[in-house]
Write a new protein. Structure first.
Ligand code: COA
Length: 119
């Protein structure tokens, strides 16, 4: 299930975000996590089973919820976690916002949409 990011998840969150190609640089990553902590328009969620296995980050802008980060721990990829995170974000926010991808996430989000036809 998705749980809202809290400061005590910071290290694991940074580890997961660092799998995204544009978050490899430590300075960029620190800036990103700070935005999620401080900017009320940015919301970060973790996928928690027994352990934390994935992360999804959303930025709210007018009527859009932009999925701008998504990552799953390598040992648990290809088991549907990425898709479940996208579906849960759509369930939570889809009525009020149009859930969209950005350039960093569109390849995977488009793949999910083509499979499920949710939007
Ligand atoms: N673009 C498009 N499709 C992708 C993809 C990508 N970057 N990464 C994986 N997929 C595909 C897989 O090939 C697989 O396809 P199949 O079902 O036809 O075999 C499917 O997505 C797996 O779906 P799911 O199990 O729900 O995804 P996941 O839990 O493995 O998570 C990511 C997918 C993208 C979150 C994960 O691969 C990851 O953390 N990648 C590194 C971070 C990253 O690059 N994020 C941005 C992605 S655009």
């Amino acid at each position: 299930m998705l749980v809202r990011f809290k400061k005590n998840f910071e290290k694991i969150a940074m580890g997961l975000l660092s799998f995204m190609p544009e978050e490899k640089d430590v300075k960029k990553l620190q800036h990103t996590i700070k935005e999620y902590e401080e900017n009320p328009s940015w919301e970060l969620y973790l996928w928690k089973e027994e352990d934390i296995l994935g992360i999804i980050g959303v930025r709210f802008e007018e009527k859009q919820a932009i999925i701008q980060h998504i990552s799953v721990t390598p040992s648990h990829r290809n088991q549907g976690i990425g898709k479940k995170m996208v579906e849960e974000v759509k369930q939570r926010f889809g009525e009020e916002f149009k859930v969209v991808a950005n350039q960093q996430t569109d390849r995977f989000i488009n793949k999910c949409e083509n499979q499920t036809k949710i939007l």
